[in-house]
Design a protein around this ligand. Sequence first.
Ligand code: NAI
Length: 210
Amino acid sequence: MDKGISQAVIRRMPRYYRYLGELLEAGVERISSNELSARMHVTASQIRQDLNNFGGFGQQGYGYNVQYLYDEIGHILGLNEMHNMIIIGAGNLGQAIANYVKFEKLGFRVVGLFDINPALEGKEVRGIPVMMLDVLPEFVKDHQVDIAALTLPKENAETTAVMLSTLGVNAIWNFAHVDLDNVDGMIVENVHLSDSLMQLSYSIANKKNK
Ligand code: NAI
């Protein structure tokens, strides 16, 4: 759903979704932007501005209906649909992701794990057997695959992305340390934990220098 909303706003949505989910679990039905602001350490005006992009959802003096807001943001993020995900590269990181059940709660279901190392063939991770990469075309024919997580060495990332594109898998959750911007029509989300770590290092260094 593209309503011309800025990427910066979209990037903040998952955090709203997470907080609202926690409020729901705690049985909170309504919340004012001031209360949400105090919890999230974001200014109330930022919250109002962000949510106004989507029509607001709030009533003056009455606050936000938590369930409604949660569902709407879920819709905006496409979380009302199940996404089938395969993982390519069944090493440390691939297996860790496959083992993490919480993604399924958000609607991301791991349906296949692929590798090129024959020693891993048939090894099960949370009941999902590792398959060899050469059966991927057959697998994609028989199964709906919406997302491929790439957890393989960067040297093999681009050829894998091109192969996925020819197989009709057009979204990549990319953990390999390489930009995959030049694969036609591919939607790519890069995740680099080391960027976050460097950010932390910067904050530590800055605190020391104060
Ligand atoms: P690993 O060596 O444990 O696993 C990599 C797996 O990919 C191996 O099992 C290997 O056989 C397989 N593989 C190699 N080429 C393949 C291909 N063409 N198709 C399918 N499988 C293939 O490595 P680890 O620790 O799991 O890391 C995986 C990748 O993720 C590395 O590139 C690493 O740099 C990166 N990484 C990225 C992070 C991030 O925050 N973005 C954090 C940690 C690792």
